[in-house]
Design a protein around this ligand. Structure first.
Ligand code: NAP
Length: 326
């Protein structure tokens, strides 16, 4: 057992057993805690492999790991990694696509339903003992079924959201993505739109694209101004794809109806964020993939990826594929 793996996320007992059968493992289970980073820094010089999530692993940190061969992220999004740096050092980066797609799309729909039907706001009213008479118009929501669903980023999760909208809720689907998706268009009768046209037309604008240099700040004041007062904005992608100040302004000024947000510019979001003071915001704690089944499947996929990489085999979910073709 000559490989050394540094884990910066706790695994279930069976997965830990699988990993420990193949490698020596150091667990830093709270890398963001008071002495977590110091412990991680101490462990990095021995690391052949790293496995974890939700931690920015920059070049400064990874320079401490001269033996590093592979980084296995327990996520599909890889915005926490400097891919060019990893590639330049020949370090394989892997992620966990597919296994979280349906669960994250479920979260998207939870936010669509919760914002449109004001579920959180009205349930709080009941819990607070404020349900004293039959509901009147000031508490009515808006329909989901039959409304136009606009998806920005028609990849795995975008497609799973589109499927729910089309088959489950009879929603006409429009989308914007890098490239046209003929199969999706055929399956869900989806129509391609420019970003501007989608923002103007969609009743629900749903973000399902990755955070990259190109998408950072993609949705700002100009884009909110193109939406309508009826528009509901849903973000299950990454917080930094949106200019949060512009979003707050759009919500406060009723430029849009509501927002369902699973991700934020800064996470955890500050308790005094103006977003949390707005009744027309449903905010969830980056829980897109957070079910027992899916998190276990993601961790299992990440372990498989890492073990393959350390064994010199091509991991199933290699992000910097060019390293394999060199
Ligand atoms: P994916 O299959 O790679 O889909 C992303 C789609 O976005 C692709 O279809 C891509 O288009 C499109 N895209 C990329 N850049 C674009 C741009 N500048 N303009 C328009 N479209 C663009 O990824 P996925 O598995 O669906 O995951 C998407 C993202 O969701 C992840 O990167 C992650 O950040 C986020 N996510 C969040 C949670 C959560 O907990 N909230 C959970 C899972 C994932 P092409 O296909 O044409 O290249």
């Amino acid at each position: 057992m000559n490989k050394h793996v540094v884990l910066y996320k706790k695994l279930s007992a069976p997965l830990m057993e699988r990993l420990e059968a193949q490698a020596q493992v150091t667990l830093i289970d709270d890398p963001k805690g008071p002495d977590g980073i110091a412990r991680l820094r101490d462990a990095l010089p021995q690391a052949d492999g790293l496995l974890g999530a939700s931690l920015k692993l920059d070049a400064q940190l990874l320079d401490l790991a001269p033996k590093l061969k592979a980084v296995s992220s327990v996520s599909v999004g890889v915005d926490n990694y400097d891919i060019d740096y990893l590639t330049s050092r020949g370090i394989l980066l892997t992620n966990t696509p597919d296994v979280l797609t349906e669960t994250t799309a479920d979260t998207g729909f939870a936010l669509i339903m919760a914002t449109a039907r004001r579920v959180v706001e009205l349930a709080s009213m009941v819990r607070d003992g404020q349900w004293t008479q039959n509901l009147g118009a000031k508490h009515f929501g808006t329909d989901v079924h039959g409304k136009k669903l606009g998806i920005i980023g028609m990849g795995r999760i975008g497609e799973a959201v589109a499927r729910r909208g089309h088959f489950g809720f009879g929603m006409p689907v429009i989308y914007h993505s890098h490239s046209r998706k003929p199969a999706v268009e055929a399956r869900f009768n989806a129509q391609y739109r420019s970003l501007e046209a989608l923002l103007q037309e969609a009743d629900f604008v749903c973000l399902t694209l990755p955070l990259t240099a190109e998408t950072e700040g993609l949705i700002g004041a100009e884009q909110f101004a193109q939406m309508r007062p009826e528009t509901i904005f849903i973000n299950i992608a990454r917080g930094k794809v949106v200019d949060e100040q512009a979003l707050i302004h759009a919500l406060q000024n009723k430029q849009i109806r509501a927002a369902g947000l699973d991700v934020f510019e800064r996470e955890p979001i500050a308790a005094d964020s103006p977003l949390l003071k707005l009744d027309n915001v449903v905010a969830t704690p980056h829980m897109g993939s957070a079910t027992h089944e899916t998190r276990e499947a993601m961790a299992s996929c990440a372990v498989d990826n890492l073990l393959s990489a350390l064994a010199g085999e091509r991991p199933a979910n290699l992000v910097n594929e060019e390293l394999w073709n060199r």
